[in-house]
Write a protein that binds this ligand. Structure first.
Ligand SMILES: NC(=O)c1ccc[n+]([C@@H]2O[C@H](COP(=O)([O-])OP(=O)(O)OC[C@H]3O[C@@H](n4cnc5c(N)ncnc54)[C@H](OP(=O)(O)O)[C@@H]3O)[C@@H](O)[C@H]2O)c1
Length: 434
């Protein structure tokens, strides 16, 4: 992907700061960054890649020359400013609820319906946080067995209500521990040592008795999965933890699905890690294992021994990085309809290399969209690489390199083709899940 001018609208908020962090962590090709906020942030700056960048007050003309704007400054702000950004040729990715149900705006979770970004008209919405994590697990179940009904209870962290809410939780917790009365500004009741089944904290309840957060889960799930018949019965509860939303989900399906089937489907789905078996075996919390696996937590002494026992390896084996005996790899073919895949690198390597043999009569692949970058070299035959609806013919001896945020699919032309593919971590998760 070429270098982009990126604006973050709401760069001083909880979500905006996280967006800056992810842009940095993912090494997104940012040519220049434009942090935007309200008049309250005049004179403030944010740190991006070690550089202090002054925050600008957002106006209707802030988006001239901007390629991508990530909006997270509240629904009203998005409703007003996003059309000005789109008119100036900027692609808006909006984190608020302002545009989610607009039929002209795709509502996208990359792991579920990433291809929908193809029909955007300048604004792409992302769903509510509770819907995002739910649809990622619902999609493989729906594809396999057709979901008819979902009963979901959420346990939502205070960070979802913004920075002021997190500050309030800590202030109230300190007050309660000091034997004082907790003071409420953001929440209608004390959140410290309490759970509040009312999200958002004001004007939450509609005429049907459900909160607007709960109704978002109903409507957004249907739009993303693309099935208006799915019944969703949600209960959304704010709990006194600062980060990490959780959910308990009961799913009814048309076709019978066993627990083992569901586990297999989850294990094969990019974006889902099934960690509970290992957690039970090791006594290390599932969220800790997940954070170690995704590189967000370094492996420390307290978890090293239980993890080694649970995985049935020695501590030395768990941390060894010079496995001379594994230099040579003997790839095994894995067959699926119209396709044979040989994995050429070790599981867990930062980059994954695979050889693929694609038959000309292979079923037409669904275009994929995911973060990252793919590299492909044609060893034999000819393939048609479709990138964002445009076809590219790549023949033996030629290579192709492309951003995987563009919907992409590869088919063999006329006769079997063999290609060498190199995937980064995100590419491997998307393509090598079987
Ligand atoms: N998709 C989800 O699941 C999800 C989850 C949480 C939040 N959200 C969305 O993200 C938004 C931000 O949440 P947050 O937790 O980051 O809230 P926050 O910590 O309160 O931050 C709000 C941000 O918006 C800016 N802002 C507010 N009014 C503005 C205006 N009129 N013009 C320009 N900037 C303005 C603020 O700037 P100042 O610092 O200058 O006030 C701040 O940067 C929410 O309102 C919601 O729409 C979505």
């Amino acid at each position: 992907m070429s270098q982009k001018v990126v604006a973050v609208a709401g760069a001083t908020g909880m979500v905006g700061r996280q967006m800056l962090h992810v842009l940095e962590e993912r090494n997104f090709p940012v040519k220049s960054l434009k942090p935007l906020a309200s008049d309250r942030s005049r004179g403030k700056s944010v740190t991006f890649k070690g550089e202090e960048i002054p925050v600008e007050v957002m106006t209707e003309t802030s988006f001239k020359g901007v390629d991508i704007a990530l909006f997270s400054a509240g629904g009203g702000t998005s409703k007003h400013f996003a059309p000005f950004a789109a008119k100036d040729g900027c692609v808006v990715v909006d984190n608020s609820s302002a545009w989610r149900m607009d039929p002209k705006v795709p509502l996208v979770v990359p792991e579920v319906n990433g291809a929908d970004i193809a029909w955007h008209e300048g604004i792409i919405a992302n769903p509510n946080c509770s819907t995002i994590q739910m649809v990622v697990v619902l999609k493989p179940l729906h594809d396999a067995a057709t979901i008819t009904r979902v009963v979901v209870s959420t346990y939502q962290a205070v960070s979802g209500a913004g920075k002021a809410a997190v500050d309030e939780m800590y202030a109230q917790t300190r007050a309660v521990l000091a034997g004082e009365e907790p003071v409420c500004h953001i929440f209608p009741h004390p959140i410290a040592f309490n759970c509040i089944p009312q999200i958002p904290q004001s004007n939450a309840f509609g005429d049907n008795g459900y909160t607007s957060e709960e109704m978002k889960m109903v409507y957004e799930t249907r739009k993303i999965i693309g099935d208006e018949t799915i019944q969703v019965c949600p209960t959304c509860v704010r709990v006194p933890v600062d980060n990490c939303h959780s959910e308990s989900i009961l799913v009814e399906t048309e076709k019978k699905l066993s627990v083992d089937d569901a586990r297999r489907l989850f294990a094969a789905t990019p974006g889902i890690i099934v960690v509970d078996d290992l957690a039970a075996k090791t006594g290390v919390g599932a969220s800790t294992i997940s954070r170690i696996e995704t590189g967000r937590r370094t492996i420390s002494f307290d978890v090293l021994v239980p993890l080694a026992r649970g995985l049935d390896v020695s501590v030395d084996e768990l941390i060894a990085n010079d496995r001379h005996d594994e230099v040579v790899i003997r790839p095994e073919p894995h067959h699926s309809p119209g396709m044979t895949v040989w994995t050429l690198s070790r599981p867990g390597s930062a980059m994954q290399a695979v050889k693929m043999r694609i038959e000309p009569d292979a079923p037409d692949p669904e275009p994929q969209v995911h973060p990252g970058h793919d590299f492909m070299f044609v060893l034999d035959g000819t393939v048609r690489l479709t990138l964002g609806g445009v076809d590219h013919v790549v023949s033996a001896g030629e290579s192709a390199e492309f951003s995987t945020m563009t919907p992409h699919a590869v088919v063999a032309v006329d006769r079997p083709a063999e290609v060498l593919m190199i995937f980064d971590r995100d590419g491997a998760l998307a393509h090598l899940h079987d």
